[in-house]
Design a protein around this ligand. Structure first.
Ligand code: ZN
Length: 151
């Protein structure tokens, strides 16, 4: 029988091998670069934001399986959300992978497919891989111009 851990593993492998919304985005009006020196993950996130709504997102770059899977899930999850909702999701994810207490069942439900990445909690260096795309998203939304670094 497939347990939850195996299922999470499969979701991560699927997103890292076939990342969604990977590539160029024509007409983007927000973008940021992110770099995680600890692992070498590097990515660019581009967005089309109109009237406070994230209309489209794409990312490019090279990174480990965790950072690629996380970026892929991020793009899937924030399209159609308001800027505020996208930021709230980032904050919630960030909190759940950095706090001591494990996520509750209700929290995992809210995270949807991102729940697959909460296993990184046990590995602090991997937390940076898992949150890089989200930090970069936040920088793009804020229109910050320096590249985001996790160190
Ligand atoms: Zn990494």
């Amino acid at each position: 029988m497939l347990d939850l851990k195996d299922l999470y593993q499969e979701v991560i492998i699927d997103h890292s091998k076939r990342p969604r919304h990977f590539g160029k985005l024509a007409d983007s009006n927000r973008e940021a670069e992110g770099f995680n020196p600890l692992c070498g993950d590097r990515l660019t996130v581009k967005l089309i934001v109109e009237d406070g709504l994230v209309k489209n997102v794409a990312f490019e770059g090279v990174g480990c399986a965790i950072s690629t899977a996380s970026a892929s899930m991020m793009t899937d999850m924030v399209i159609g959300k308001t800027e505020a909702e996208a930021r709230a999701l980032f904050q919630q994810f960030q909190e759940l992978v950095t706090r001591k207490e494990p996520p509750t069942a209700a929290e995992l439900t809210t995270l949807d497919k991102l729940a697959a990445l909460t296993g990184v909690r046990a590995f602090p260096s991997r937390v940076k891989c898992a949150t890089l795309a989200w930090h970069t998203l936040a920088a793009a939304l804020d229109q910050r111009h320096e590249a985001v670094k996790t160190e």
